[in-house]
Design a protein around this ligand. Structure first.
Ligand code: FES
Length: 297
């Protein structure tokens, strides 16, 4: 079986044109690298870490044109993160080893479209968004496979008898994800204060009345809320410390409320928890007034 697995992969490389091989090699390696990048990041599945998948989903939910869909995924962030990581390994390995190649190409295309909608939809000019470029590359690669398959009948027959090969590739993908965790550093960094970039302008002070709030994206892309009171300005991450949903300020109760499981935070007392299933206050974001602007300090 293993011999057959290796022979199929070898034959496929031999039978393809140089252009085909270049695209296939690039896409396969890139997807495996993307999976490894997540698997070896100790913070990716750790709530409270700057690179936590829940934080990323929370950012997507406020920026993406289909943000409502990402908002629903926040509660299952660890599951989503694990699925994305293993899928990236599976797509990359399947591409390099020629296992269900059309399915792998379609998976890569769908994932690129998803990432484009999630994080780079507003990139301007559009050609700076690598996700859309990858979507076009995967689509071209898929069309190449379909075209070649029609001419030779080669890939079609391989795909039909590939159930076991798909199974082996799936096991390999999970093993790679596990190996990444072993190589990962032991301690994720946590964001007692969200990641910052000194001096990032948030809003003009003149447009923020005393007693008002302003929602903004922190330097790490995650949603945040800014407050102006008689005594100055302060801000918190809007990511709930329970499972990462996005909190919103309620004028009626003067609290920050989480729509998922009802956590409530008091923004005027260091965002301490008043209600709900968490004990951890919201992360503080350092802000200050510089000239006419409120900036992330
Ligand atoms: S995510 Fe559960 S209370 Fe906010």
């Amino acid at each position: 079986m293993i011999q057959n697995y290796v022979r199929t992969a070898t034959t496929s490389w031999r039978n393809q044109s140089p252009a085909f091989r270049v695209i296939r090699l690039w896409l396969g390696i890139t997807w495996i690298y993307a999976g490894w990048d997540k698997a070896s990041d100790p913070g990716f599945l750790t709530s409270g870490s700057p690179s936590y998948i829940g934080t990323q989903l929370s950012g997507y939910s406020t920026q993406s044109p289909v943000g409502f869909a990402f908002n629903k995924l926040i509660e299952h962030a660890v599951l989503v993160g694990g699925f994305v990581m293993v899928s990236e390994f599976a797509i990359g390995l399947a591409t390099l080893l020629w296992v269900a190649p059309r399915l792998a190409a379609f998976g890569g295309f769908s994932m690129s479209i998803g990432l484009w909608l999630a994080s780079s939809f507003h990139a301007s000019p559009y050609f700076l968004a690598s996700d859309s470029a990858y979507a076009v590359l995967w689509l071209s690669y898929l069309l190449l496979i379909v075209g070649t398959g029609k001419r030779k009948g080669f890939e079609m027959s391989l795909e039909r008898r590939g159930v076991l090969r798909v199974g082996i590739t799936g096991v390999l993908a999970v093993a790679f994800a596990g190996a990444g965790k072993i190589f990962a550093g032991a301690t994720p960094s946590t964001n007692s204060s969200a990641a910052s970039s000194a001096g990032t302008k948030i809003v003009k002070l003149a447009s923020l009345k005393v007693g008002s709030t302003f929602n903004f994206a922190a330097a790490n892309g995650a949603p945040a809320v800014l407050f102006r009171t008689k005594t100055g300005v302060f801000a918190y991450s809007a990511i709930c410390t329970h499972q990462g949903c996005t909190v919103a300020y309620s004028n009626a109760s003067k609290t920050l409320q989480c729509p998922c499981h009802g956590a409530e935070y008091d923004p005027f007392k260091s965002a301490r928890v008043i209600n709900g299933p968490t004990q951890t206050p919201l992360a503080k974001i350092k802000v200050s007034v510089k000239g006419a602007w409120v900036v992330q300090a």
